[in-house]
Design a protein around this ligand. Structure first.
Ligand code: GUN
Length: 286
Protein backbone atom coordinates (compact mmCIF):
# COMPACT_ATOMS: atom_id res chain seq x y z
CA UNK A 1 0.00 0.00 0.00
CA UNK A 2 1.26 3.48 -0.79
CA UNK A 3 -0.07 6.22 1.45
CA UNK A 4 -2.23 9.11 0.42
CA UNK A 5 -0.36 12.25 1.47
CA UNK A 6 -2.23 14.60 3.79
CA UNK A 7 -1.17 18.04 2.67
CA UNK A 8 -1.30 20.38 5.63
CA UNK A 9 -0.74 23.19 3.16
CA UNK A 10 -3.94 22.32 1.33
CA UNK A 11 -6.08 21.90 4.47
CA UNK A 12 -4.57 25.07 5.94
CA UNK A 13 -5.25 27.09 2.78
CA UNK A 14 -8.90 26.12 2.84
CA UNK A 15 -9.32 26.94 6.53
CA UNK A 16 -7.39 30.21 6.20
CA UNK A 17 -9.71 31.29 3.38
CA UNK A 18 -12.73 30.66 5.64
CA UNK A 19 -11.06 32.57 8.48
CA UNK A 20 -10.25 35.48 6.19
CA UNK A 21 -13.86 35.65 5.01
CA UNK A 22 -15.12 35.66 8.60
CA UNK A 23 -12.65 38.36 9.60
CA UNK A 24 -13.83 40.43 6.62
CA UNK A 25 -17.48 39.94 7.59
CA UNK A 26 -16.66 41.23 11.09
CA UNK A 27 -14.90 44.38 9.90
CA UNK A 28 -17.67 46.78 10.89
CA UNK A 29 -17.74 45.29 14.40
CA UNK A 30 -14.06 44.76 15.23
CA UNK A 31 -10.69 43.59 13.94
CA UNK A 32 -9.33 40.51 15.73
CA UNK A 33 -6.00 41.34 17.38
CA UNK A 34 -3.11 39.06 18.29
CA UNK A 35 -0.16 40.05 20.50
CA UNK A 36 3.00 38.02 20.12
CA UNK A 37 5.87 38.32 22.58
CA UNK A 38 9.31 37.11 21.55
CA UNK A 39 12.08 37.02 24.13
CA UNK A 40 15.70 36.69 23.00
CA UNK A 41 16.99 35.77 19.58
CA UNK A 42 16.44 32.06 19.13
CA UNK A 43 16.53 31.62 15.34
CA UNK A 44 13.78 29.00 15.20
CA UNK A 45 11.49 31.05 17.47
CA UNK A 46 12.06 34.16 15.35
CA UNK A 47 11.17 32.27 12.21
CA UNK A 48 7.96 30.84 13.80
CA UNK A 49 6.97 34.30 14.99
CA UNK A 50 7.51 35.82 11.54
CA UNK A 51 5.31 33.07 10.08
CA UNK A 52 2.58 33.87 12.60
CA UNK A 53 2.73 37.60 11.82
CA UNK A 54 2.60 37.05 8.07
CA UNK A 55 -0.33 34.63 8.30
CA UNK A 56 -2.23 37.02 10.62
CA UNK A 57 -1.81 39.89 8.16
CA UNK A 58 -2.96 37.74 5.26
CA UNK A 59 -6.11 36.82 7.20
CA UNK A 60 -6.83 40.46 8.08
CA UNK A 61 -5.98 39.93 11.76
CA UNK A 62 -4.15 42.79 13.48
CA UNK A 63 -0.90 41.53 14.94
CA UNK A 64 1.46 43.26 17.30
CA UNK A 65 4.94 41.96 18.02
CA UNK A 66 6.81 42.82 21.22
CA UNK A 67 10.46 41.84 21.13
CA UNK A 68 12.38 41.70 24.40
CA UNK A 69 16.07 41.01 24.99
CA UNK A 70 17.02 37.67 26.59
CA UNK A 71 18.17 39.37 29.81
CA UNK A 72 14.85 41.06 30.68
CA UNK A 73 13.49 40.26 34.12
CA UNK A 74 10.59 37.92 34.68
CA UNK A 75 8.72 40.84 36.22
CA UNK A 76 9.06 42.95 33.04
CA UNK A 77 7.67 40.13 30.95
CA UNK A 78 4.82 39.48 33.39
CA UNK A 79 3.95 43.19 33.30
CA UNK A 80 3.83 43.17 29.49
CA UNK A 81 1.49 40.17 29.54
CA UNK A 82 -0.67 41.96 32.11
CA UNK A 83 -0.80 45.03 29.86
CA UNK A 84 -2.06 42.92 26.96
CA UNK A 85 -4.60 41.24 29.26
CA UNK A 86 -6.20 44.66 29.64
CA UNK A 87 -5.74 45.96 26.09
CA UNK A 88 -9.14 45.98 24.39
CA UNK A 89 -7.95 45.62 20.79
CA UNK A 90 -5.99 42.45 21.66
CA UNK A 91 -8.00 39.22 21.73
CA UNK A 92 -5.16 36.72 21.73
CA UNK A 93 -1.79 36.66 23.51
CA UNK A 94 1.05 34.34 22.60
CA UNK A 95 4.39 34.21 24.37
CA UNK A 96 6.75 32.26 22.14
CA UNK A 97 8.44 29.35 23.94
CA UNK A 98 11.06 28.43 25.00
CA UNK A 99 11.88 31.29 27.37
CA UNK A 100 15.34 31.96 28.85
CA UNK A 101 16.15 29.77 31.87
CA UNK A 102 15.78 32.56 34.44
CA UNK A 103 12.12 33.07 33.52
CA UNK A 104 9.44 30.65 34.71
CA UNK A 105 7.35 29.52 31.72
CA UNK A 106 4.71 28.30 34.16
CA UNK A 107 4.37 31.75 35.76
CA UNK A 108 4.21 33.48 32.38
CA UNK A 109 1.60 31.13 30.95
CA UNK A 110 -0.48 31.43 34.11
CA UNK A 111 -0.38 35.24 33.84
CA UNK A 112 -2.10 35.19 30.42
CA UNK A 113 -5.83 35.79 30.86
CA UNK A 114 -7.46 32.41 30.02
CA UNK A 115 -9.93 34.16 27.71
CA UNK A 116 -6.97 35.47 25.62
CA UNK A 117 -4.88 32.29 25.81
CA UNK A 118 -5.07 31.41 22.10
CA UNK A 119 -2.18 28.95 22.50
CA UNK A 120 -4.37 26.89 24.84
CA UNK A 121 -1.52 26.42 27.32
CA UNK A 122 -3.12 27.93 30.45
CA UNK A 123 -4.08 25.29 33.04
CA UNK A 124 -7.67 26.56 32.92
CA UNK A 125 -7.91 25.83 29.19
CA UNK A 126 -6.13 22.49 29.60
CA UNK A 127 -8.54 21.53 32.39
CA UNK A 128 -11.53 22.60 30.31
CA UNK A 129 -10.25 20.57 27.36
CA UNK A 130 -9.74 17.52 29.61
CA UNK A 131 -13.27 17.72 30.91
CA UNK A 132 -14.74 18.21 27.43
CA UNK A 133 -15.75 21.83 28.01
CA UNK A 134 -15.41 24.69 25.54
CA UNK A 135 -11.76 25.79 25.57
CA UNK A 136 -9.00 27.19 23.43
CA UNK A 137 -7.36 24.03 22.10
CA UNK A 138 -3.57 23.98 21.72
CA UNK A 139 -2.81 24.75 18.09
CA UNK A 140 -0.71 21.78 16.97
CA UNK A 141 -3.00 19.09 18.45
CA UNK A 142 -6.06 21.00 17.17
CA UNK A 143 -4.48 21.17 13.70
CA UNK A 144 -3.78 17.43 13.74
CA UNK A 145 -7.41 16.74 14.58
CA UNK A 146 -8.55 18.98 11.70
CA UNK A 147 -6.32 17.09 9.25
CA UNK A 148 -7.66 13.70 10.38
CA UNK A 149 -11.23 14.97 10.07
CA UNK A 150 -10.57 16.57 6.67
CA UNK A 151 -9.51 13.16 5.35
CA UNK A 152 -12.46 11.43 7.08
CA UNK A 153 -10.08 9.17 8.95
CA UNK A 154 -12.21 7.30 11.49
CA UNK A 155 -11.33 8.00 15.13
CA UNK A 156 -14.11 6.43 17.17
CA UNK A 157 -13.05 3.05 18.52
CA UNK A 158 -9.68 3.29 16.76
CA UNK A 159 -6.37 2.79 18.48
CA UNK A 160 -4.18 5.90 18.46
CA UNK A 161 -0.62 5.63 19.68
CA UNK A 162 1.09 8.87 20.61
CA UNK A 163 4.89 8.84 20.65
CA UNK A 164 5.94 11.77 22.83
CA UNK A 165 4.46 13.28 25.96
CA UNK A 166 5.17 17.01 25.80
CA UNK A 167 2.67 19.45 27.28
CA UNK A 168 2.44 21.22 23.91
CA UNK A 169 1.77 18.25 21.63
CA UNK A 170 1.85 14.68 22.99
CA UNK A 171 -0.34 14.97 26.06
CA UNK A 172 -3.04 17.23 24.54
CA UNK A 173 -3.30 15.40 21.20
CA UNK A 174 -3.99 12.19 23.11
CA UNK A 175 -6.70 13.96 25.07
CA UNK A 176 -8.34 15.35 21.92
CA UNK A 177 -8.37 11.90 20.33
CA UNK A 178 -9.83 10.46 23.54
CA UNK A 179 -12.54 13.13 23.37
CA UNK A 180 -13.28 11.73 19.87
CA UNK A 181 -13.70 8.24 21.39
CA UNK A 182 -10.40 6.82 20.20
CA UNK A 183 -8.49 4.38 22.43
CA UNK A 184 -5.25 6.13 23.27
CA UNK A 185 -1.83 4.80 24.23
CA UNK A 186 1.00 7.15 25.19
CA UNK A 187 4.58 6.09 24.46
CA UNK A 188 7.72 8.02 25.33
CA UNK A 189 11.48 7.77 25.70
CA UNK A 190 11.19 5.30 28.62
CA UNK A 191 8.65 3.03 26.94
CA UNK A 192 9.83 -0.58 26.81
CA UNK A 193 9.39 -2.09 23.34
CA UNK A 194 8.00 0.91 21.46
CA UNK A 195 7.40 -1.18 18.34
CA UNK A 196 5.06 -3.49 20.25
CA UNK A 197 2.72 -0.53 20.78
CA UNK A 198 3.11 1.46 17.56
CA UNK A 199 2.70 -1.61 15.36
CA UNK A 200 -0.82 -2.12 16.74
CA UNK A 201 -1.93 1.44 16.06
CA UNK A 202 -4.55 2.53 13.56
CA UNK A 203 -3.20 6.06 14.00
CA UNK A 204 0.38 6.94 14.97
CA UNK A 205 1.23 10.46 16.09
CA UNK A 206 5.01 10.94 16.08
CA UNK A 207 6.18 13.80 18.31
CA UNK A 208 9.59 12.64 19.50
CA UNK A 209 11.93 15.31 18.14
CA UNK A 210 14.17 12.54 16.77
CA UNK A 211 14.95 12.71 13.06
CA UNK A 212 13.39 9.88 10.98
CA UNK A 213 13.02 7.75 14.10
CA UNK A 214 9.79 5.95 13.15
CA UNK A 215 10.56 3.27 10.57
CA UNK A 216 8.43 0.90 8.51
CA UNK A 217 8.80 -1.80 11.17
CA UNK A 218 7.08 0.46 13.72
CA UNK A 219 3.78 0.76 11.84
CA UNK A 220 0.89 -1.50 10.89
CA UNK A 221 -0.09 -1.98 7.25
CA UNK A 222 -2.74 0.67 6.45
CA UNK A 223 -2.18 2.88 9.50
CA UNK A 224 -2.50 6.68 9.33
CA UNK A 225 0.71 8.44 10.38
CA UNK A 226 0.96 12.05 11.52
CA UNK A 227 4.47 13.47 11.77
CA UNK A 228 4.88 16.41 14.15
CA UNK A 229 8.68 16.50 13.87
CA UNK A 230 10.74 19.32 12.45
CA UNK A 231 14.39 18.23 12.41
CA UNK A 232 17.45 18.80 10.28
CA UNK A 233 19.49 16.05 8.73
CA UNK A 234 23.28 16.31 8.82
CA UNK A 235 23.18 17.81 5.31
CA UNK A 236 20.90 20.60 6.60
CA UNK A 237 17.70 19.42 4.89
CA UNK A 238 14.44 19.30 6.83
CA UNK A 239 12.86 16.06 7.94
CA UNK A 240 10.28 14.82 10.40
CA UNK A 241 10.25 12.18 13.12
CA UNK A 242 9.12 9.61 10.57
CA UNK A 243 11.20 8.02 7.84
CA UNK A 244 8.77 9.28 5.20
CA UNK A 245 10.13 7.36 2.18
CA UNK A 246 9.87 3.93 3.78
CA UNK A 247 6.82 4.45 5.99
CA UNK A 248 4.68 5.82 3.14
CA UNK A 249 4.95 2.45 1.38
CA UNK A 250 3.07 0.69 4.18
CA UNK A 251 0.48 3.17 5.44
CA UNK A 252 -2.88 4.55 4.26
CA UNK A 253 -2.20 8.20 5.12
CA UNK A 254 0.92 10.14 5.99
CA UNK A 255 1.82 13.81 6.53
CA UNK A 256 4.96 15.21 4.87
CA UNK A 257 7.61 17.44 6.48
CA UNK A 258 7.62 20.26 5.58
CA UNK A 259 4.06 21.01 4.44
CA UNK A 260 2.24 18.76 6.91
CA UNK A 261 1.45 19.67 10.49
CA UNK A 262 3.43 22.96 10.43
CA UNK A 263 0.99 25.07 8.37
CA UNK A 264 -1.90 23.76 10.49
CA UNK A 265 -0.43 25.03 13.76
CA UNK A 266 -0.46 28.63 12.58
CA UNK A 267 -3.90 28.21 11.05
CA UNK A 268 -5.41 27.09 14.34
CA UNK A 269 -3.79 30.07 16.06
CA UNK A 270 -5.65 32.34 13.62
CA UNK A 271 -8.81 30.35 14.25
CA UNK A 272 -8.49 30.69 18.03
CA UNK A 273 -7.82 34.43 17.72
CA UNK A 274 -10.92 34.86 15.58
CA UNK A 275 -13.03 32.85 18.07
CA UNK A 276 -11.73 34.98 20.92
CA UNK A 277 -12.55 38.21 19.08
CA UNK A 278 -16.04 36.96 18.23
CA UNK A 279 -16.67 36.07 21.84
CA UNK A 280 -15.43 39.49 22.94
CA UNK A 281 -17.85 41.12 20.50
CA UNK A 282 -20.74 38.83 21.48
CA UNK A 283 -20.89 37.34 17.95
CA UNK A 284 -22.21 33.77 17.99
CA UNK A 285 -20.96 30.97 15.77
CA UNK A 286 -23.48 30.15 13.06
N1 GUN B 1 7.14 27.01 20.72
C1 GUN B 1 7.01 25.94 19.93
N2 GUN B 1 5.71 25.77 19.59
C2 GUN B 1 5.02 26.75 20.18
C3 GUN B 1 3.64 27.12 20.18
O1 GUN B 1 2.77 26.48 19.59
N3 GUN B 1 3.34 28.23 20.91
C4 GUN B 1 4.28 28.93 21.61
N4 GUN B 1 3.87 29.97 22.32
N5 GUN B 1 5.55 28.61 21.62
C5 GUN B 1 5.92 27.54 20.91
Amino acid sequence: MTASIISGKEVAAELRQQIKEEVHALQDTLTPGLAVILVGDNTASRSYVKGKEKASKEAGIYSELTEMPSDITEETLLNKVEEYNHQDDIHGILVQLPLPDHISEKKVIERIAPQKDVDGFHPINIGRMMTGQEAFLPCTPFGILQMLKYKNIPLEGKHAVIVGRSNIVGKPVGQLLLNENATVTYCHSRTADLKHHTSQADIVIAATGKAEFIKQEHVKEGAAVIDVGMNRREDGTLCGDVDFEEVKEKTSFITPVPGGVGPMTITMLLYNTLQSAKKHAGVRNS
